[in-house]
Design a binder for this molecule. Structure first.
Ligand SMILES: C[S@@+](CC[C@H](N)C(=O)[O-])C[C@H]1O[C@@H](n2cnc3c(N)ncnc32)[C@H](O)[C@@H]1O
Length: 248
């Protein structure tokens, strides 16, 4: 059996973080993130819930959930720099931030009513193991809501994925069924993300005993394209996949 790769802590790389922090969605800008409304729309009423936020980053979602009335929120992230931002700018009395990898974090069975994760699962190589542990941490009836990079996005041709077509760019997917860590240049070389198929995302939940309740594959709206003239082709493919699943 091949040894699993060590989780990559790219967000503590100063050059990567300098680039990442220029994104519109960084910091206060998280309210402008294109998939945000869809993600929040998948959440149950969080009043009184014990919540776990996996890959919490700078903590915007963790604090938002606390402000919405969650009883407690535990935000877990591998990056010390992201957690430092979370503790400084997105603190809340009901939120605890803790440093750990998604691959090694450990909690008591049935200790959370809701597990959320915004755009972190595509950094984790062993998805089946992760969702099986999440299922164990959830109470019966508990909910998992996550967003991740879409398989059509992670499965692109090496490079930026665009090829030219007769009337404009086309998005090209290559070796879709080959599930592996793929390296890309995103602000720096060597950023590692896991590519896996849509079937793997869904079947992993089913195998972990979680019932899939909703799946969303948002694409950029006409308004978003108008507001972002440098990104005219974002409507051509989904960048993210959003899922809600429930433990029976
Ligand atoms: C794209 S950011 C998303 C942050 C935040 N959830 C949001 O939506 O703004 C991905 C986050 O996942 C964290 N991360 C990546 N791989 C991780 C791992 N293996 N374990 C824990 N956190 C990880 C990164 O440090 C980073 O903060």
């Amino acid at each position: 059996m091949t040894k699993p790769n060590k989780p990559q802590n790219m967000y503590d790389n100063p050059d990567f973080l300098a680039g990442y922090s220029t994104l519109e969605r960084f910091g206060e800008g998280w309210e402008k993130a294109g998939e945000r409304d869809d993600l929040l729309g998948l959440l149950p009423d969080v009043t009184g819930l014990r919540v776990l936020d996996l890959g919490c980053g700078a903590g915007q979602l963790s604090r938002y959930l606390a402000e919405q009335g969650a009883a407690s929120v535990v935000g877990v992230d591998l990056s010390e720099k992201m957690l430092a931002l979370a503790r400084e700018k997105w603190a809340h009395p009901s939120v605890t931030y803790q440093r750990d990898a998604l691959e090694t974090a450990a909690f008591q069975p049935a200790s959370f009513d809701l597990v959320v994760s915004s755009l972190a699962f595509h950094y984790v190589e062993d998805y089946a193991a992760l969702v099986s542990r999440i299922a164990d941490w959830l109470t019966p009836g508990g909910v998992l809501v996550y967003s991740t990079e879409h398989p059509i996005f992670t499965g692109r041709l090496p490079g930026d994925g665009w090829v030219s077509g007769d009337d404009g760019p086309r998005w090209a997917v290559d070796r879709y069924a080959t599930e592996e860590l793929r390296e890309e240049n995103w602000f720096v070389d060597g950023v590692r993300k896991a590519h896996r198929t849509f079937a793997t995302f869904i079947n992993g939940l089913v195998d972990a005993g979680l019932a899939v309740e909703r799946v969303i594959e948002p694409v950029a709206s006409e308004q978003w394209i108008k507001d972002h003239p440098d990104w005219p082709d974002e409507w051509r493919r989904p960048t993210f996949l959003l899922v809600r699943a429930r433990k029976s």
